[in-house]
Design a protein around this ligand. Sequence first.
Ligand SMILES: [Zn+2]
Ligand SMILES: [Zn+2]
Ligand SMILES: [Zn+2]
Length: 757
Amino acid sequence: LIRAAIEVRGVVQGVGFRPFVHALATSHRLGGFVRNRGGVVEVEVEGPNASVDGFVRRLRLDAPPLARVEDVIRTAREPRGEREFRIVESAGAADAPAIVPPDIAACAACVDELFDPRGRRYRYPFTSCTACGPRLTVAIAGPYDRERTTFAAFAMCAECASEYGDAADRRFHAQTIACPACGPQLAAIDARGATAATGDDAIAYAADRLRAGDVVAIKGVGGYHLAIDARSDPAAARLRARKRRDDKPFAVMAPDLATAGALVELHADERVALIAPARPIVLARRRAGAAVAGVVAPGSHLLGVMLPGSPLQHLVAAALPGVPLVMTSGNRSDEPIAFADADARVRLAGIADAFVVHDLPIHDRCDDAVVRAVGGTVRVLRRARGYAPAPIASPDGLARPTLAVGGQKKSVFGLADERRAIASHYLGDLDHLPAYRAFAAAIERYQQMTGVRPERVACDRHRDYASTRWARTRGLEVVEVQHHTAHVLACLAEHGADAAPAIGIAFDGTGYGDDGAIWGGEVLIWDGAVMRRDTHLAYVPMPGGEAAVREPWRMAIAHLAAAGADVDAAGAPGSLARDAVLALIVDRFHTPRTSSMGRLFDAVAAVAGVAPPRATFDGHAAMALESCAAGEAPSGEYPLAFGPRGIDASAIVAAAAADARAGVPAGVIARRFHSTVVALIEAACRRARARTGIDRVALSGGVFANGIVLGESIERLAASGFGVIAHRAVPTNDGGLWLGQLAYAAALDRAGVQECA
Ligand SMILES: [Zn+2]
Ligand SMILES: [Zn+2]
Ligand SMILES: [Zn+2]
């Protein structure tokens, strides 16, 4: 007979770990107890030697699906003759570090209960259990117990309390337990602020309003969504106008998998992603004739589709069978999603015709996650609800606690110690004050949650990024990491390959370069310690700087002028505008130099005639060009020229313009350009391999969110004998920079050097 004390570390609170330990100990006929202490789970068991050994083994192997067991530390104790096993009161400080799990969609058992008229949770929208429900967005502090969640305001009724205390129940120690008698309640509010319905009637009210073409704001798990009937052109147009979102595609919630399959083409991997517990938005190819209004996702061959995740979404979907609903973030333009009730009512007034609200506070906002399957692999493009926070292994050799603050527009930061790195949820565009405040507040929260006190901070070299400015005022050692170095290292680190040499292809829209130019078409060589720029798209002027990002035709003029071709092919809105831009180029006035691949996409989209006159979101013209190419079979490539000044991209634009002049359809031009980019990547990698012998390639940067470029690059490079690494769990866009910044700090540690800026 022995007694052992066991400490379990990792994501072990809020995942049903104590009930699991209770069941496991009982099945092994062990006495003792389990409790949360600070951020860890503490267990003491007593019984025959073999049973205790078996118990400890199974603790790791059979852990609940949402748990992430990092360490199991066992120490011997003196037996006390304890025969019974109990869950006891939590101990430890309320500010002890504890990693909260992600919010998880309602599990199958809870959904069954939701629609079972005999059960006491029939149609109750706050049904959850130890295996599902909100976590990150309701947890206030650790240890994860009800009194430190936003459920604390709801005292359990006798029936809930008995389920909570019953070791055989699915809700044994489920902190988000609630029922119609004791839990949060729904209400519907009309545009004037009057209560229009309460309880289940609020769902019927919302369904009526949606059927009538109204915009309904629905308080979700991580914030408010704005919903409309996705089939209605006038409703979609109204939502766009009110939200001041001109063209950026809206995501659609399909009521079920069959309806989703009628909207988009779903391969097996996309189906799996749709029904995964994270319930992300899945970007998939829209079917011809899909029952969705044209203005929902104008100019895109893709449609973002998700399935109901929360019980409330299940109820809304069930009230509108077969009806796809636009389900977009409750905000104006690109501001952060509204999540606090008073703020939402103010910010969404004038957008929503009605609100569905409830009295469960959201502690922290969290957007929907976005994924896309390319080359048979699901890739996360926005790491948010359902994914964050979940720790990954730290980059190899990281010797000191480090905070990496990421970029600017798709803000995500990462916090790491020697063993593990944890990324924040997606925080949005730091150009907006509420997002910047959320960024600063979240850094505090994640430090508390992880217990990591950073000794240095890694950031982008761009001094105008809000994240960089924040980083430089902390009084900590600062490590500045070049943008594209961070992209490539993020990709390598995600695959645990950041300590080995690789060729890095970093293609994106904008990143601050070491020479002050705007980089974005970079071929880099990483030797395991130092990043070297091998070659890049040859510099061209970026007339008007930021204005050239908004108006794609400006980049077409820049490239055509550089190639000595007729600039009228750029499609400028009139000769005055054309001449003004040419004057900027000649005078080098407000005209930085750029090697950006994203801007090359803009230029080609403009000469092909598919660019918007004004880009209203990140990657707008590139998305139009990809959608245009998506329906075409490959039919040739434009010429490639590698020279001492870099890769001549202007010749590509001139060739595309010549095609357009000869009447070649835009789809064929777009397709040829995509093939050209793939050929360029392969040629650049072959040249780099010939000189260095390195045959591993990492593909990173926002351009690799493009399905054709990524999918065909992987194929072509693999066929040429390269080992290809691309992003999966960490976004290829600037939402992945944090990991590359951490990997760079780790490389400094491995080399034993400090870099003070
Ligand atoms: Zn459940
Ligand atoms: Zn209850
Ligand atoms: Zn970037």
